[in-house]
Design a protein around this ligand. Structure first.
Ligand SMILES: Cc1cc2nc3c(=O)[nH]c(=O)nc-3n(C[C@H](O)[C@H](O)[C@H](O)COP(=O)(O)O)c2cc1C
Ligand code: FES
Length: 659
């Protein structure tokens, strides 16, 4: 029996063709349809292989030395595949076969672990050994040294900045402080095997919901305090209640997997690593709201996520978890996948629904809200991927368990995509209310190259930039809004001292301006005007009245834009004006970029006292504007200098000065 979905023997009467409510229990606690110790042991062994190993916090040396059955969890997420994961899998399979260990070793392909920059990643169970930057050439060593020899392969272990190796996955600082609920299965199960999801309590939340009144399910979600993880943070249970109460027999459930924020990949990772969790969340929503059909709108640039989703849907259909009369409960539900063309505005809920209907994804005025008039004009509940992935846990473990996590009106955990100038980039899931400092320094390992922290952009392209003085701000919906930022979908971009905040504001506004669908004038024209002013300032042509003009434009655009894109586009400009105004003033009043980044405001000069006349700068200057004689001081012709900074990079004597 390779998977829990396989029948254990001929007598197994619980079959996918005739699924009943006992079907899932039979697969995980059974067999229930016949009594056989051997069959029970086989099922239990399989569950222990998938779940037991993942449960143990720290392995004993015996587990490492004497494991009867190894499980190699090889990351097959997009990141690890991109860094060369596929040949590693092939080499591991070959090595296991070559050493005659096929019956003792299982190679399971998993979803993303979140620490993609360390990829390709392999976790060896039991033992929770985390191997990183593995190549095909390491395969034999892993099999010989670890699996056959009982010793870890030291050179593949993660190392702390001091060089000390960390042997055990949960003790790596990046993971140690995380609290993984939504990501708990990612990297630990094979997302293409429904049996592995079942082994980790999969579909138990849905079974519990099926035994409840619909209104009680909604009340449970409401009581948990879960708020939408797609940006606006609306109470999920309340939204479900609106859609359930809207007039009309035909209703829809939509999962928003558009994930348009640049740098964000939390939704993709959940879809790739644990697709059944999203389907289970949708099933619960469908049952509670009274919908018979669901759509997952996922961008076409996520082919692996689409493939895994389609596979998961097919598996769930094959065993009666999707389709007509699910588990003989009288409830029917189907799920369709719609690939979107990947425009940022298509993530906006009304634009997304328009796109599913086959039209160009343009937002429309709300109200009416989708809960009343959504897909094909019918009541529609739309939630984000992460929101749906929280639902099975809430149903299974209860609203109180969930509500006990977090702070104030922000409950549970949130997945963030930690990127930028931080040492440990990746996906982190933390309880709501953890401080920015803990996320960036304790989990993220601090700033790259020992540089100073300057700001963190939180909430995606329309979030806000917060300064060092706000590092102790707890990450929750209300506190971040007060500070001018937002939780958003969970983008966290860390910036160091070499970042120019005016240039950053220009960068983000450029993104939203380009992604504006153009339907409403404040967003279409207003962001363009703001961008012109910001560009002028970074070019040293700023005027005294520019800052006031930016603030006025921002206020009008926020108040009058049709959709959330325009309403939030000015946020990066407003927060940089609020917290880094001195940088704007330096650009305008002194024609100076304090970070030394805006090319138009820079000058390069050679300090004659330090220059040894080594010729390196002159030889590498792309425009030949540096002249001099060997062993004498060189000179830069500023009228021809293109300010590329190559001379500064090449000089070994610190003689090139940038101002
Ligand atoms: C321009 C724009 C882009 C958006 N992109 C996304 C997205 O990619 N994914 C998402 O779930 N929500 C996105 N949203 C928010 C959705 O409109 C909607 O609020 C959300 O999907 C509701 O789900 P939730 O209640 O679970 O958060 C976007 C909103 C705007 C204004
Ligand atoms: S893809 Fe492997 S860790 Fe993210």
């Amino acid at each position: 029996m390779k998977s829990l979905m396989d029948p254990c023997c001929q007598r197994c009467a619980h079959r996918p063709e005739t699924p009943c409510r006992e079907y899932l229990r039979c697969r995980t606690e059974g067999p229930l349809c016949h009594d056989d110790e051997q069959c029970r042991k086989a099922r239990q062994g399989r569950i222990e292989a998938v779940e037991g190993a993942a449960q143990a916090q720290r392995p004993t040396q015996n587990q490492i030395n004497e494991s009867p059955c190894w499980r190699l969890l090889v990351c097959a997420g997009t990141g690890c595949i991109a860094s060369g994961g596929a040949p590693v899998v092939a080499a591991l399979r070959e090595a296991v076969e070559q050493r005659g260990m096929s019956s003792q070793v299982e190679i399971a392909l998993t979803g993303c672990h979140g620490f993609c920059e360390q990829g390709p990643i392999i976790v060896v169970e039991p033992g929770k050994t985390f191997y990183r930057r593995v190549s095909a050439a390491d395969a034999l060593d892993i099999v010989d040294t670890h699996l056959a020899g009982g010793q870890r392969v030291d050179r593949l272990l993660y190392r702390l900045p001091g060089g000390e190796a960390v042997t055990c996955y949960p003790e790596i600082p990046f993971y140690a402080r995380q609290h993984r609920i939504v990501l708990a299965n990612c990297g630990h199960i094979n997302p293409e095997d429904l049996g592995e999801y079942l082994a980790r309590q999969g579909y138990r939340g849905f079974l519990k919901a099926l035994a409840m009144e619909r209104a009680a399910v909604i009340a449970e979600v409401k009581r948990s305090g879960l708020r939408g993880r797609g940006g606006a943070g609306f109470l999920t249970g309340q939204k479900w209640e609106f859609t359930a109460g809207a007039p009309g027999e035909e209703k829809y459930i939509v999962c928003n997997a558009d994930e348009g924020d640049p740098g964000a990949f939390m939704d993709r990772s959940v879809l790739e690593g644990d697709p059944h969790a999203v389907l289970e969340g949708m099933l619960v929503a469908g049952y509670a709201i009274g919908a018979r059909e669901g759509y997952i709108y996922v961008r076409a640039e996520y082919p692996l996520a689409i493939r895994r989703l389609q596979r998961a849907i097919a598996q769930a259909e094959a065993c009666g978890l999707l389709g007509e009369n699910i588990l003989h409960s009288g409830f029917s539900f189907r799920v369709h996948v719609k690939a979107g063309a990947g425009a940022f505005v298509c993530g906006e809920e009304t634009a997304l629904l328009t796109s599913i209907e086959g039209n160009r994804g343009m937002p429309r005025v709300r109200p009416p809200y989708p809960a009343v008039k959504g897909l094909w004009g019918k009541p529609t509940n739309i939630n984000n991927v992460e929101t749906f992935a929280n639902i099975p846990h809430i149903l299974r473990r209860g609203a109180d368990w969930y509500a006990a996590m977090g702070v104030g009106r922000s409950k549970g955990s949130k997945v963030f995509a930690l990127t930028g100038k931080v040492n440990n980039t990746g996906l982190v899931e933390v309880p709501m209310g953890l401080s920015l400092r803990e996320i960036i320094f304790a989990i993220g390992g601090g700033i790259q190259g020992g540089k100073a922290f300057k700001a963190v952009q939180i909430g995606g392209p329309s979030g806000g930039c917060l300064p060092e003085s706000l590092l102790d701000t707890p990450v929750d919906y209300e506190t971040l809004l007060e500070a001018g930022a937002m939780v958003g979908s969970g983008g966290l971009v860390v910036m160091d001292e070499s970042t120019c905040m005016v240039d950053i504001a220009r960068y983000f506004l450029n993104f939203t301006q380009q992604e504006s669908c153009g339907k409403c004038a404040p967003c279409r024209e207003g962001t363009k005007r703001m961008l012109e002013i910001l560009t002028r300032i970074t070019e040293g042509k700023g005027r005294e009245e520019d800052l006031g003009a930016l603030e006025k434009l921002a206020a009008v655009i926020k108040a009058t834009s049709l959709c959330g894109l325009g309403q939030s586009a000015p946020n990066p400009v407003l927060t940089t004006l609020r917290y880094f105004r001195d940088e704007y003033e330096a650009h305008i009043n002194d024609q100076r970029c304090p970070a030394g980044l805006c090319a138009a405001l820079l000058t390069y000069r050679i300090d004659a006292d330090k220059c040894r006349g080594c010729t390196l700068c002159a030889r590498h200057c792309p425009v030949g504007c540096i002249t001099g004689k060997p062993r004498e001081a060189y000179v830069i012709d500023e009228t021809r200098c293109v300010k590329c900074g190559v001379c500064l990079e090449r000089c070994k004597f610190g003689a090139v000065i940038r101002r």
